[in-house]
Design a protein around this ligand. Structure first.
Ligand code: PMT
Length: 224
């Protein structure tokens, strides 16, 4: 049911891992495949939304029928997201964004020496927090949290600190859940501390439930 739940809506989604260059042949990244974000993009389109997908490093085919913007670093992703955010009704940050990047990017391949090597890292901007601080009325902002311990505490902290409306928490230490898998087991929190605990589901089913909740919040904020 509810096939056209998002007709006429604009949905912005980020997916995949960011790539932080060390030199022309080396980089820092993470295990994100982009599957969770792709599933949300595909489901939002099926629900009738106009979808923009900002994708970092991903595996497998991109979803069809959506506007794709390719990025590498967290800074690139921030720029792309900010350019689209103002016109979006729902923003879902499923990407795994690097918290740090190398302080310097070498123009040439770094040579081996006799010594140990230290890679200095500096903090990246927090894209979700930036979006939360400039959220416009009625916009629904959805964050993710990948945790290996104290799921609820960390999830609620991120939800409040980053000014999200919904936060999808995945315990990435559970088998079949989180990075790289076809399935995910999540709990979806809202600002009032309500939580919807979903069983282990295909990422498309997680996407459907999440977008139903986001669509309901949009309607509620318009009615208010
Ligand atoms: O891509 P898959 O292989 O399908 O895996 C899915 C997933 C595990 C990557 C996904 O379900 C998920 O949990 N994504 C968020 C991963 C993450 O970076 O979590 P975090 O707890 O470090 O960050 C919290 C939130 O802040 C996230 O919405 C993240 O996009 C955002 N963030 C984090 C750091 C940063 N510098 N900028 C951000 O916007």
């Amino acid at each position: 049911g509810g096939a056209q739940l998002l007709a006429g809506r604009k949905v912005l989604i980020t997916a995949g891992g960011t790539v932080e260059r060390i030199d022309p042949v080396r980089f820092l990244t993470n295990d994100s495949s982009g599957r969770m974000g792709f599933a949300i993009a595909e489901t939002a389109r099926r629900m009738g939304a106009e979808v923009t997908l900002v994708a970092g490093r991903t595996e497998g085919p991109l979803p069809g029928g959506v506007n794709v913007i390719r990025v590498q670093s967290a800074q690139d992703m921030l720029e792309a997201v900010l350019a689209e955010a103002g016109s979006s009704d729902i923003i879902v940050k499923a990407a795994a964004v690097a918290d740090y990047r190398p302080a310097m990017k070498a123009d040439q391949k770094i040579k081996k020496s006799e010594h140990t090597m230290t890679l200095e890292l500096v903090k990246n901007p927090d894209i979700l927090q930036t979006l939360g601080s400039r959220k416009k009325d009625g916009q629904v902002l959805v964050g993710f949290a990948a945790e290996t311990e104290r799921l609820e505490e960390h999830a609620m902290d991120k939800l409040v600190r980053k000014n999200c409306d919904l936060l999808v928490a995945n315990d990435v230490s559970k088998p079949g859940s989180g990075f790289g898998t076809e399935t995910n087991e999540v709990r979806i929190f809202d600002r009032n501390g309500n939580v919807e605990a979903l069983p282990l589901l295909h990422k498309l089913e997680v996407a459907e439930r999440l977008l139903e909740l986001a669509a309901a919040r949009l309607r509620r904020s318009e009615a208010a």
